[in-house]
Design a protein around this ligand. Structure first.
Ligand code: GDD
Ligand code: MN
Length: 413
């Protein structure tokens, strides 16, 4: 530090340097000092405030967060402003507050931009065992941090401030804006039901998440909806929500533009693809479908071109389908396992086992087929389809437990 520096500046806490590299949160809290990374003292909660031109709001916001957290978590929290070099000097104002609020730290980013990455960079620099995000424009009432923290304390891995539960809402949004907001949620539900459906307000930009639920996974958010990314890639048990009323902006302007809606769609599609790759069950399902095609077409041929009875036709077509499914499951669905257990002998053993499991399933399959068609009440092909569905469910369960022995850990590959 040179002597030319104004005295007042010298008292301010130094700026945090923006982390670079992959958008991944470390497991235990780690701090980067230059190129050295070392474990550091942790705090219970780190609240990240992403800002872009929030000069008129940041002081009041920090004061209110401080007020709330000095009651809930005295001396055990930190507040991190991540500002993208705002032209209105938000980062400077925030930094000037650091002597008043020792828990406050400021990151000024110049190399990277955007709301979602700002949040992740803030979390990367954070020391908290629980990580939070709140908007910098007072539209999210900071007092809600208190009940959100209580949710985490009572066991939730993720606590979301929600507009769509009791006590929640929007102030005076136009009909068009409500429709747009709900429409975005519905599109999300259609594309990613198992992700978007887990939260009452999946678009919320105000939430707390346990570090361990998202550490070690590569986050790859686009645009505004960081929660979608967290929900899609994190590992959660309980998710809690707390109602809040989304306040009108008093000062400054929203940064939302048409591009955000486009980014949101791209984000949903990207997550959809990533999850499809990871889902073993889906691969098993696709293989199962290929087996259905093989089974049904063979069955059709046998019934029309031969005089074999229905039981034998159904049995033969099913057995050929079993070979088809084994090959694809071995090469694709359970590829990781079959590669870790190589060798023709082992593969043959798995084939025999697969066959035995499927034959047991086949007995069940045939019993059902004969039963359903005996009275003549059910169409032969419909009966065959029902039998396939029941046998497939049985097959997946037994196979993933006894044959390819998929463990929970291998499931998140
Ligand atoms: N660092 C950084 N970089 N911050 C940004 C950027 C950026 O590029 N763009 C926006 N921000 C900050 C804003 O300064 C504000 O603090 C916060 O992110 C939200 O931006 P707004 O532009 O005010 O968004 P909004 O009010 O339309 O939407 C917010 O509320 C929704 C409903 O809960 C966002 O938080 C959404 O994510 C949220 O879904
Ligand atoms: Mn806003």
């Amino acid at each position: 530090m040179g002597p030319t520096l104004p005295i007042a500046t010298a008292k301010f806490a130094p700026l945090l340097s923006a982390p670079v590299g992959p958008l991944e949160i470390d497991g235990p809290a780690i701090i980067s000092i230059g190129h050295h990374r070392r474990p550091t003292e942790t705090v219970s909660l780190s609240v990240v405030i992403p800002t872009y031109n929030e000069a008129t709001n940041i002081e009041r916001l920090v004061a209110r967060i401080h007020q709330t957290l000095s009651v809930a978590l005295p001396g055990d929290h930190e507040i991190i402003v991540v500002d993208d070099d705002s032209p209105d000097g938000t980062w400077q104002i925030a930094q000037s507050l650091t002597p008043i609020y020792p828990a406050l730290r400021v990151m000024r980013r110049t190399q990277e931009r955007g709301l979602s990455t700002a949040v992740v960079r803030g979390w990367q620099a954070a020391r908290g065992t629980t990580l939070a995000v709140i908007d910098g424009d007072l539209q999210h009432p900071p007092e809600i941090l208190f009940p959100l923290w209580n949710k985490i304390q009572s066991g939730a891995d993720l606590a979301i401030a929600s507009r769509h539960v009791e006590g929640g809402g929007v102030s005076d949004w136009s009909f068009a804006r409500r429709i747009l907001s709900r429409g975005a949620q519905i599109i999300g539900l259609m594309l990613l039901p198992e992700v978007v459906g887990r939260a009452s307000d999946p678009m919320s930009g105000f939430f707390l998440v346990r570090r361990r639920a998202i550490s070690g996974v590569r986050l790859n958010p686009i645009g505004y909806k960081i929660l979608i990314e967290v929900l899609g890639r994190g590992n959660f048990g309980t998710i809690g929500d707390v109602g809040y009323v989304f306040q009108e902006r008093e000062s400054g302007g929203s940064k939302v533009s048409g591009k955000q809606y486009f980014d949101y769609l791209r984000h949903l599609l990207r997550l959809r693809l990533a999850r499809m790759k990871a889902s073993r069950l889906l691969r098993f399902g696709i293989v199962g479908l290929s087996g259905v095609v093989v089974d049904m077409s063979l069955f059709y041929v046998l019934r029309h071109r031969t005089t074999l009875p229905i039981g034998l036709s159904g049995g033969l077509s099913a057995e050929i389908a079993i070979f088809n499914n084994f090959a694809w499951n071995e090469l694709w669905t359970f590829r990781d396992f079959s590669q870790s257990q190589p060798g023709a002998r082992r593969r043959l053993k798995r084939l025999v086992k697969f066959n035995m499991i499927c034959v047991a399933g086949l007995a069940f399959h045939l019993g059902l087929l004969v039963l359903l068609t005996a009275s003549g009440g059910v169409n032969e092909y419909a009966a065959k389809l029902m039998a396939i569905a029941a046998a497939t469910t049985w097959n997946y369960w037994i196979n993933s437990h006894l044959n390819w022995r998929v463990t929970e850990a291998a499931e998140t590959d």
